[in-house]
Design a protein around this ligand. Structure first.
Ligand code: NAD
Length: 436
């Protein structure tokens, strides 16, 4: 099939590359000229495990192309995916201007029947809006389908190639057949393509992300209570996770969720609820708790230094909002770094993939290290914000020799408190015994 993907970010690039991998011809469109130039030159623009090899192979075999020209990109396309940003607007609702602007252009450009697919996470009713926008100027028949994306950054290729399920919202038989044909190679093992109406598909995505955010938040609340009652959240996690009704995943307490999806999607669903005069109390609690969670460690660092961080040098391990990605959107590390600087501390950070992106945001206000250990040189304490595997089994002796104080504030519960005690570190984590 001939496919167009409009928006070549984390979702668009993975979507386009994976569809090319199953034999389709894919034309990816983006307005960011710098990005497109790189992609046209075969340079990948995001870090995503496994993507580069597929990207290179499909470019080489002529199935994957890039352009800044929408008309050129969608020419002859049978299916046009919109993988555009839907950032939060001022009132928390998803801002649809990117999606609707492209929809308007499509109205002028469509030359024959095409299925236009909302891959972006969009509020209930957007497929109707996109349809209306295209219809203002379209001279040919078309369908608009909602096909929310569930991939996780860091394992996006695997998730896309072998999805647990594909959700397709459409009331058109013609569009349904096209989508079924396109996705058939991805569900060969028997995972379902779940068809439903457009509104339900749009809602499914928000329900999924809000549920997962709530699951993490619930464990963070349990961790906070563990702190008070002297229980260990890791034991609780194992104790409840082995119940198949609860499941083992998404039960890790920590310094709050971040990323480009959970914060904005929970907020957008809360706004939808408000628009429909429904008081979704749980969502409000999820947002409140998560906002507080991000600053759980800082008071402990401050207390350790007698209430004053001025002049202290803090090493930071981990900047991305989770491991295996260079995405720093809403990353707890950033908020904490800002707070540290405001308190008069200096920061030296290390992250395996995300330093370049952070440098673009913070400029020279913090220093960057070439390795985890370099960050520790002459630092007064270490804070950890991302559970990159490389941080899990460090050389503690070397750490001790580099740090001015043996003090670790761990937002991801990487080490066992017993071990830290044995090694003589001051060690604070989330929902487990503090070693002081
Ligand atoms: P992104 O910001 O990485 O990518 C969006 C791309 O769209 C950018 O490259 C931008 O330059 C481009 N763009 C903006 N306006 C354009 C236009 N008029 N024409 C062409 N290109 C244009 O965003 P993302 O993370 O890929 O997310 C895209 C959508 O997918 C969002 O709605 C998001 O909520 C959803 N989503 C994201 C993830 C994820 O893990 N990142 C997962 C599932 C769903």
């Amino acid at each position: 099939m001939k496919i167009a993907v409009v928006g070549t970010g984390y979702v668009g690039l993975v979507t386009g590359t994976c569809f090319a991998e199953t034999g389709n011809t894919v034309h990816c469109v983006d307005i960011d000229e710098r990005k497109v130039k790189k992609l046209q030159n075969g340079v990948i623009t995001i870090y995503e495990p496994g993507l580069e090899a597929l990207f290179e192979r499909n470019i080489e075999q002529g199935r994957l192309k890039f352009t800044t020209n929408l008309a050129e990109g969608i020419k002859d396309a049978e299916i046009i995916f919109l993988a555009l940003p839907t950032p939060p607007g001022e009132d928390g609702s998803a801002d649809l201007k990117y999606v609707l602007n492209v929809a308007k252009d499509l109205g002028f450009l469509l030359e024959k029947y095409a299925v236009v697919v909302d891959k972006s996470t969009v509020p209930v009713g957007t497929a109707e809006k996109v349809h209306a926008k295209i219809a203002e100027n379209a001279k040919v028949a078309f369908d608009v389908v909602s096909n929310p994306e569930f991939l996780r950054e860091g394992v996006a290729v695997e998730d896309f190639m072998k999805p647990d399920r594909v959700v397709v919202g459409t009331s058109s038989e013609r569009a349904r057949k096209k989508m079924e044909q396109l996705y058939a190679p991805f569900v060969r093992q028997g995972n379902p393509i779940i068809f439903m109406d457009e509104r339900s598909a749009e809602m499914t995505k928000y329900a999924a992300n809000s549920f997962l955010a709530a699951k993490i938040t619930f464990m963070n609340e349990i961790a906070n209570l563990c702190d008070k009652v002297g229980a260990n959240v890791d034991d609780i996690r194992r104790g409840i996770g082995s119940d198949s009704r609860i499941g083992k995943r998404f039960l890790f307490a920590g310094i709050g969720y971040g990323g480009s999806c959970f914060p904005k999607d929970v907020q957008a669903l809360a706004k939808t609820s408000q628009d429909y005069a429904y008081d979704f109390r749980m969502l409000k609690a999820v947002m409140d708790v998560n906002a507080d969670q991000k600053s759980k460690l800082l008071p402990k660092v401050k207390e350790y230094f007698g209430g004053d961080l001025a002049g202290k040098k803090i090493a930071v391990w981990g900047l991305s909002f989770k491991p295996y990605t260079d995405d720093i959107r809403e990353a707890p590390a950033l908020e904490n770094i800002k707070a540290l600087l405001a308190e008069g501390a200096s920061v030296v950070a290390y992250d395996p993939e995300a330093m370049e992106n952070v440098r673009e945001v913070v400029g020279t206000s913090i220093a960057f290290a070439e390795s985890p250990y370099e960050a520790l040189e002459d630092a007064d304490a270490l804070m950890i914000f991302t559970e990159w595997p490389v941080f899990r089994t460090p050389d503690f002796e070397k750490m001790e020799s580099l740090l001015n104080n043996k003090a670790i504030f761990d937002g991801r519960n990487l080490f066992e408190p017993e071990l830290m005690e044995e090694l003589g570190f001051v060690y604070h984590s989330i929902g487990r015994r503090a070693i002081t």
